[in-house]
Every structure is written in C-alpha cells, then in structure tokens.
Ligand binder design. Structure first.
Ligand code: BES
Ligand code: ZN
Ligand code: ZN
Length: 464
C-alpha cells in the first residue's frame, strides 16, 4: 500500500471528506446531495464514469481521520478498486499523517496461510489537498507500516513463531536496519543468572531466548530502553488455563512484537536517540520439566521469587529483562506486556493500563496516547501494593493470592526489578487483539503500542 500527495484527482474512485455542515463540491457530487457530514456517515454516488464516496468527519475529533481513511479503503475493497483518491483540500500535516495511517492499517491483510488468495488489496491512496503533504504522509506510512509489521508477526501461530523463529525475525530486521543484535541462549542466560526466564521456558520443547537490539543515532543522544513480553504461547503451564479461548494466547508475545515494530519505526524515522530493546521469549507449557507452583527462582538482580502460579509468567520473564536493562542506566524505560486479564476487566478494550512513578514520562505517554489514539490510563503504583507481593519464604511471590487489584499488583512486582530507573509499564492485554467492529483495524493482532511508544520517545528526545 502506497500513499502519496496529488494536486488533482486521479483514478476511478474519489472519496470526499466533509466535516459537519460542509457541502460537497458541486462539480464532483452534483447539486442535490443531502449529506450532513456526521461522524461515521458515508454515502456512495457516481458522477459520469467516476465512483464517489462522501465521508463524514463530524466535528473532526479524536481518531476521525484514521477512521475516515479506513472507510475509504473498505469502500474501495467493496467495489474492487485498487486505487483511491481522497479529496480533502483543507488537509494539514496532522490530518495527512492520520489519513496515511488509517489507510495503511485498514489495507493490512494476513493471508499467508490462505491457499487461495483473494486479490482485493488496495494498493494506492492519493491525498488531494491544497498543499504538498508528502512528508507527513510518509511519516504516517512509516508508523503504520511498523505497526503492520508487528501485527503480522504477532498473528503467527505458536507452532511457527517459536522463540528461535522470533529471534531470527529480529536478526533479519537488524540486518536491514543496521541495528546491533545479541541473542542470549539458555546457556548464556544461566551464566548471567537469568533464572526467571529459564524457569518459565523449561517446560517447553522449544527453548527460551533473550534478544537484545540496539539502535544508535550517535553517542551524544540519550539512551532509552523498550522491553516487551514475548510469551509465544501461554497455556498457563502447570497452573493450566481453561481451554476456551486458549488459542488467543499466541498473542501473548504482542509486547515483544511491538518492540520489533518500534525499532522498525525508530530506525526509519531516524529518531535522534539511542535505543536498547529487550525481548525475553519463552513458551509457557506444562512439560515434565516444567516449573511447578511453589518453585523458587533467583532473578538477574539477585531477588528470589516464589512462583505460586505458573500462569503469572509474564512478570517473571520481565523481571530478568528489566533488571538487566536497569544496569545499563537508560534515561527512560518503557515495557509493554499482555500481563493481566484483570486490565480487560478494569478498562475494557479502549485503553492501555499505564503505571509509572515518573510524572514526566507518564505525561509524555498520555499526550502521545491522545495523538496516536492509542490511549493510556494511569493507575496507581503505591508502596501498599508492593507489600501485597511479599513472600513468606522468598523476597517476592509472583501473585498476591487476593482477588483484587490484579493489574496493579503485577505492576508493583515489576517495579522491584526496574532498579530505580525512570520507567513505565504498559499493560496491553486490553488492546492486543481486536474484534471485527473496529474502524480501521481488522480482527486479530492490533499492533497497538508501536505508534504510542515511538512517539513517546520522540517527545522525550525533543524535550531534552
Ligand atoms: N497472558 C496472561 C494475561 C492475559 C489474559 C492476556 C487474557 C490477554 C488476555 C497472563 O500471563 C496471565 O495468565 N495472567 C494471569 C495472572 C494471574 C494468574 C494472577 C491472569 O490474568 O489471570
Ligand atoms: Zn499466564
Ligand atoms: Zn501470559
């Protein structure tokens, strides 16, 4: 899918974007069209040999330009047009970027396992506007392209996307984008004392790995860090999950796939930062060597953890990864993880749970969340919640044993491993996979978090 700027309309399909109260241009849509331009409203008509779609922008709030661009793509698919002109003379940098994002995200298809491919992909969108917005469109293309890349990897099933396969995908990205990559296998992790990752992965026939990626725009730039939970399948382990909906646990690697997406976006945008990325990757299955409830492991930072529930495994692999990252003293560190079912209960499907002790970082995330429409909602991280994670016989336990504040206690556990770094935790379990009703993201892996974290890093770099 390519997006570009055009001075005038081309192709057989023109989508005209109209805010509330705006009239369609008469030469395009004729005289007697009644269209109010309400949000979500669209109206197909034809003039001569051209197909026209009127698309309402309402009051131009929130996510509307991405939704409108998504509607244009869906309509093009429906009438089997491969090319669409979007007529919006008033477009500016912000709306152009959002239009490009909405279009690229809506045109995404995951069809590699379909023997018979439907040939309905829309391949071109031209934005017709008064000023040349090529640069803003390119930026939107990069960000949404990175999100689609994360989605496609996340969609891969667990028999294909093993920790080793994901490490290979990271190697491929590193080669393309000239990133530094280090892959720690079980032997290396044992030597370093990363027993929490090893414990989670030891029940599986496919071994765990820790992948480190590094992007460097120059030594004068600040060092940031992004960490992502990469459970390639979460059966729960010995504390096994119910079978209903268990197939969705292939998405338990979303955080790590988003890390790859962030690296793709950051390197293509050439952000003026240094970035370290960590992806602890493991499959959580109940083999004969599997970790058992009650086992105690010592994490990279020396703290001991009593594993009372093997299904609370995300926080275990993150414990090693976060404490490793903290030693490198990044200025800011953000992790993304499909960490708790409780965050879905708390926020539904419309917000990411955010936890941070650092107000500047939290504010940057909230702002970037509004701009990308990958919205975050901050929850408390007070010491009282940390107390709930103290074990009788080890330093920490991995669940609180009380049916309350499940997402917050998980975050409070992670905090023990962030080593005082300015850090934020994003619980993305609420947004990682999308139902079919969403405006521009189809059913399946969403890649939500890629644009959010990339833009947050950009903001933090600017405010230095
Ligand atoms: N991967 C799950 C969290 C999850 C649940 C993600 C639903 C997406 C949808 C995580 O590893 C997990 O199993 N968490 C447990 C924690 C509990 C044992 C304290 C949960 O949420 O039930
Ligand atoms: Zn789990
Ligand atoms: Zn999990």
């Amino acid at each position: 899918m390519k997006v570009d700027y055009k001075k005038s309309i081309s192709g057989n399909l023109v989508c005209i974007l109209l805010a509330e109260g705006e009239k369609p241009p008469k030469d395009l849509a004729g005289h007697n069209v009644k269209f109010e331009g309400k949000e979500g409203q669209s109206f197909p008509l034809s003039s001569g040999k051209r197909n026209i779609l009127l698309v309402g922008l309402g009051k131009k709030n929130g996510d509307i330009f991405r939704i409108a661009a998504g509607a244009c793509i869906r309509h093009a698919e429906k009438i089997k047009e491969k090319e669409v002109s979007v007529y919006y003379p008033k477009a500016d940098e912000k709306s152009a970027e959002a239009i490009a994002e909405g279009a690229v995200l809506a045109a995404y298809r995951f069809n590699r396992y379909k023997t018979k491919k439907e040939n309905s992909e829309v391949s071109k969108l031209h934005l017709v506007a008064q000023k040349d917005l090529g640069k803003a469109l390119r930026r939107g293309e990069i960000l949404a392209g990175a999100q689609n890349y994360s989605r496609a990897l996340d969609e891969e099933p667990a028999n294909i996307a093993t920790p080793t396969m994901i490490a290979n995908a990271a190697r491929k990205l590193a080669k393309e984008k000239k990133l530094k990559i280090t892959v720690f296998d079980v032997k290396a992790m044992k030597k370093m004392g990363m027993n929490a990752i090893i414990g989670v992965g030891q029940g599986s026939a496919t071994p765990p790995v820790l992948v480190k990626l590094e992007y460097n725009a120059g030594s004068k730039y600040p060092l940031f860090c992004v960490v992502g939970k990469g459970i390639t399948f979460d059966s729960g382990g010995i504390s096994i999950k119910p079978s209903k909906g268990m197939h969705e646990m292939k998405y338990d690697k979303s955080g790590a796939m988003n890390v790859l997406g962030v690296f793709k976006a950051v390197s293509e945008l050439r952000l003026p930062i240094r970035l370290m990325g960590l992806m602890p990757l493991a499959e959580n299955t109940p083999g004969s060597r599997a970790q058992k409830p009650g086992d105690i492991v010592r994490a990279y930072n020396g703290k001991t953890i009593e594993v009372l529930n093997t299904d609370a495994e995300g926080r275990l692999i993150l414990a090693d990864a976060l404490s490793y990252a903290a030693v490198k003293k990044p200025e800011y560190m953000i992790d993304m993880a499909t960490l708790t079912g409780a965050i879905v209960v708390c926020l539904g499907r419309h917000a990411i749970g955010m936890f941070s002790d650092d107000d500047k970082l939290a504010k940057a995330l909230i702002k970037a969340g509004e701009e990308t429409h990958e919205r975050v909602w901050r929850l408390p991280l007070w010491p009282e919640y940390g107390k709930m994670m103290e074990s009788n016989i080890a330093d920490l336990k991995n669940i609180s044993e009380l049916p309350e504040a499940g997402s917050i206690t998980a975050a409070a556990f992670l905090k023990e491993f962030a080593g005082g770094t300015k850090w934020a935790h994003l619980d993305i379990a609420s947004v990682e996979a999308v139902g079919p009703e969403h405006g521009y993201l189809g059913k399946g892996a969403s890649g939500i978090g890629v644009r959010l974290v990339t833009e947050t890093f950009e903001k933090l770099a600017k405010s230095k």
